[in-house]
Design a protein around this ligand. Structure first.
Ligand code: ADP
Length: 183
């Protein structure tokens, strides 16, 4: 199975859940920039203080800040596979990832795009109830996704790396679809 992966898709598509399942069985390191940022916020670090307000508005944290986090995580992996979840989220982040991967002599083996209708996304996010999961902020996050992150779909499709997976149905059914697309 491929073990250097990237998850793409709107907030609420289930990237975090699916990434955790896949990494548990496949032994990859789950690198979620959202989770890493939330740990910084919880620990009250300078970085966390800088990120918190931005996250609670549903905006994106600066590329430089996120890149610094990803870089230090990836340089500490010692040969293990990885799954990037929530990064890259902008074209500049995707462009910055390339020299980092070149330096590590690694490359992305597959990009999984989890696709789901807006109505279902909003319903799932409202049910989750995280600090950034109220309706106004959710709508903003979906708009930010469309504007800043969705261009990455063509970015990776052009590289021949993209696989699209429908993200409706039960957690298990979706995991199976992803596994099939990776075999
Ligand atoms: P979701 O998948 O529900 O959008 P995440 O946990 O991936 O949630 O991200 C939560 C928030 O963390 C984002 O709305 C954004 O503010 C910040 N964030 C996470 N990853 C990035 C990134 N790569 N670049 C900029 N901001 C990010």
């Amino acid at each position: 199975m491929k073990t250097r992966l990237l998850f793409l898709g709107p907030p609420g598509a289930g990237k975090g859940t699916q990434a955790a399942m896949l990494c548990e069985s496949g032994g990859m390191k789950h690198l979620s920039t959202g989770d890493l940022l939330r740990s910084e916020v919880a620990a009250g670090t300078e970085l966390g203080k800088e990120a918190e307000a931005v996250m609670n508005r549903g905006e994106l944290v600066s590329d430089a800040l996120v890149l610094a986090i990803v870089e230090s995580q990836m340089k500490n992996l010692s040969g293990q596979g990885w799954l990037l979840d929530g990064f890259p989220r902008t074209v500049p982040q995707a462009e910055a990832l390339e020299p980092l991967l070149a330096e590590l002599q690694q490359s992305i083996e597959a990009v999984i795009l989890l696709e789901l209708d807006d109505a279902v996304l909003i319903e799932r996010l409202l049910a989750r109830g995280r600090a950034d999961d109220n309706e106004t902020v959710i709508r903003n996050r979906l708009e930010v996704y469309r504007e800043k992150t969705a261009p990455l779909i063509n970015f990776y499709r052009d590289k021949g790396l993209l696989t699209s997976v429908p993200a409706h149905g039960s957690v298990e059914v979706i995991t199976e679809r992803i596994r099939e697309s990776l075999s």
